[in-house]
Design a protein around this ligand. Structure first.
Ligand code: MG
Length: 237
C-alpha cells in the first residue's frame, strides 16, 4: 500500500466534506511568521516568574511540560495548580502586527461548502485576534479552544470527541488541517480526512521527511506548504 501523502488536492476526496476544521497557529498562518515564538517567550517568562527560576531552567521545564502534557499550560496546572486564565492571558499578550490581511485565504475558506471551525490549543481571544488580523475571522462558524476542551489539549482523543459532540460534527464528513503530525492521529481514527501543513522554504527537509514513510505516517492523507493554494485547488469557488 502506498502510504505517501498526496500534495495536490483530489477534489473527489473532499466531495462529502461538510465540516472544515482548522488548527490556528502555524496552520492558518504560516510557520515563518514566527508568531508562536512570541507566545513561547511569554510562557518561559511565566514559568520563570512563577517558580523563580533562571531563564534556561524555566525554558527547559516549559519544554518538558509541553512534551509530557501536550501544552505548557496542562503541565503547569497539574504540577503547580496555576490559574489557567491568567496564564492564557499572559501567554497571548503578543504583537499581532506580523499577521497581514490575507484576502485570498479568506475567499478560499468562504468558498468551502459547509461549516468552518478553528480548533486550537490556544485561547478564543488569541484565535480571534489572529484571525481578525488575517481578515478571516468572520469566515468561521465557531472556535473550539483550550477552555472548551476543559484544558485537555490535542492530541488527546477525548478532546476531539468533545469538539465533535459539541458541534455535532459527523467526523466521516469532516477534514482537519494541522501542522503537528501527532494532532492528526485522532482525527484520522475518527474517519476525518487529514491535511498536514509544513513550513515553506523547507522543501528539501520535507521531501526527505516524506520520502521515508513509516507505518506511523499512515494517518496523514495530504501534505502541503500552502493552505490557500490547497483550498483553492479544491475548486469550490
Ligand atoms: Mg499549530
Amino acid at each position: 500500500m502506498d502510504k505517501t501523502p498526496k500534495t495536490a488536492p483530489d477534489a473527489a476526496d473532499f466531495a462529502n466534506i461538510r465540516d472544515w476544521v482548522f488548527d490556528l497557529d502555524n496552520t492558518l498562518y504560516p510557520h515563518h511568521v514566527n508568531l508562536f515564538s512570541q507566545i513561547d517567550k511569554n510562557m518561559t517568562a511565566y514559568v520563570q516568574e512563577l517558580l523563580q527560576l533562571e531563564h534556561d531552567e524555566a525554558k527547559r521545564l516549559q519544554k518538558q511540560y509541553y512534551h509530557e502534557h501536550g501544552t505548557t499550560l496542562q503541565g503547569l496546572m497539574l504540577n503547580h495548580g496555576i490559574d489557567p486564565d491568567g496564564f492564557l492571558e499572559q501567554a497571548h499578550a503578543i504583537d499581532y502586527s506580523a499577521l497581514l490581511p490575507h484576502p485570498e485565504l479568506g475567499a478560499a475558506i468562504r468558498a468551502l461548502p459547509g461549516r468552518k471551525f478553528i480548533f486550537t490549543n490556544g485561547s478564543v481571544p488569541h484565535a480571534q485576534a489572529a484571525a481578525r488580523a488575517l481578515g478571516i475571522l468572520d469566515d468561521f462558524d465557531d472556535i473550539f479552544d483550550i477552555v472548551a476542551a476543559g484544558y485537555l489539549p490535542k492530541p488527546a482523543g477525548e478532546t476531539y470527541d468533545k469538539f465533535a459532540a459539541l458541534h455535532t460534527v459527523d467526523t466521516k464528513n469532516a477534514v482537519m488541517f494541522e501542522d503537528l503530525p501527532r494532532n492528526l492521529v485522532a482525527p484520522k481514527a475518527l474517519g476525518m480526512r487529514t491535511v498536514l501543513l509544513v513550513p515553506r522554504n523547507l522543501d528539501t527537509v520535507v521531501i526527505e521527511r516524506w520520502e521515508k514513510f513509516s507505518d506511523e505516517d499512515d494517518h496523514i492523507d495530504y501534505v502541503t506548504d500552502d493552505l490557500t493554494a490547497f483550498l483553492s485547488g479544491l475548486k469550490f469557488a
